[in-house]
Design a protein around this ligand. Structure first.
Ligand SMILES: NC(=O)c1ccc[n+]([C@@H]2O[C@H](COP(=O)([O-])OP(=O)(O)OC[C@H]3O[C@@H](n4cnc5c(N)ncnc54)[C@H](OP(=O)(O)O)[C@@H]3O)[C@@H](O)[C@H]2O)c1
Length: 229
């Protein structure tokens, strides 16, 4: 049974796609929204997409407090505000998987460009903002929300996972690898998120040219990517 997870911003594109894929894998998912009613509506939509799914919809704070594993899936312009609002409910020991991309589009620029974040990446900014003892990881920047949402589509791509502790990354990989067709790859420490976040801009640039939803697949890796310690 996959570990239960809360997804902040799962009324939106990426978070909802993750919610339905994880729910289909048997994971209990809590959808978080700034608006409780919007979260409940998203949960109903997820249950319609995946009959029998264990999906609930709650306000962001209650959702974030409800599980040890929390995925943050909000636009860059609202990342800091969202984390600030969750500051009182996040507690030591929790893992926050940050999907935020600092696209220039957040400030009126192009979606094929990123903006500089003083800390190095949106994920490192998140790590600076969460309460002491909460650990931030970074993942999913190259995975298309549209393909996640389309449950008839067979996924076939890698998830680049960044974080400072191997054990935390293994735990997140165990969750995300339950989604058919996704393979989590250890991409290094959290500071590598400055590169994985910028890959979103690259994917958008490719997607515009080929009118598709391209993913990333690394070659030459061993069969066992998460060997037991
Ligand atoms: N879309 C993709 O394919 C994709 C792929 C990889 C990474 N990403 C990254 O993942 C993150 C989420 O992307 P998305 O496309 O899912 O975004 P989105 O649909 O625009 O927004 C996700 C959710 O964030 C919340 N939100 C929106 N504006 C907000 C604000 N001003 N303050 C607080 N919360 C706000 C909303 O939830 P409530 O209104 O219900 O609170 C919304 O449903 C982004 O950082 C994006 O760059 C996206």
């Amino acid at each position: 049974m996959p570990e239960p997870v809360s997804i902040i911003g799962a009324s939106g594109a990426l978070g909802f796609g993750l919610a339905v894929r994880l729910a289909r894998a048997g994971c209990a998912v809590t959808i978080g929204s700034r608006d409780h009613a919007r979260a409940e509506q998203a949960a109903v939509r997820a249950q319609q997409a995946v009959p029998g799914a264990l999906v609930a919809g709650l306000d962001n704070a209650t959702a974030a407090a409800g599980n040890e594993l929390v995925i943050l899936s909000v636009p860059f312009r609202s990342q800091a505000e969202t984390l600030h609002n969750l500051g009182d409910v996040l507690r030591p020991g929790q893992l926050v998987v940050d999907c935020t991309v600092p696209l220039a589009a957040a400030i009126g620029g192009k979606a094929t460009r990123t903006i500089g974040v003083w800390q190095g990446s949106a994920a490192q900014q998140a790590q600076e903002m969460v309460p002491d003892g909460v650990t931030v990881l970074s993942a999913l920047h190259t995975v298309s929300a549209a393909l996640l949402r389309d449950l008839d589509h067979e996924l076939d791509e890698d998830v680049l996972l960044c974080g400072d502790r191997r054990a935390d990354k293994r735990r997140v990989a165990q969750l995300l690898d339950t989604i058919d067709g996704l393979r989590c790859v250890d991409a290094g420490r959290l500071e590598m998120a400055r590169l994985t976040e910028s890959l979103t801009a690259l994917m958008i640039s490719v997607n515009v040219r080929y009118k598709t939803h391209a993913g990333v697949r690394l070659t030459g890796l061993p069969d066992e990517l998460w060997p037991a310690p």
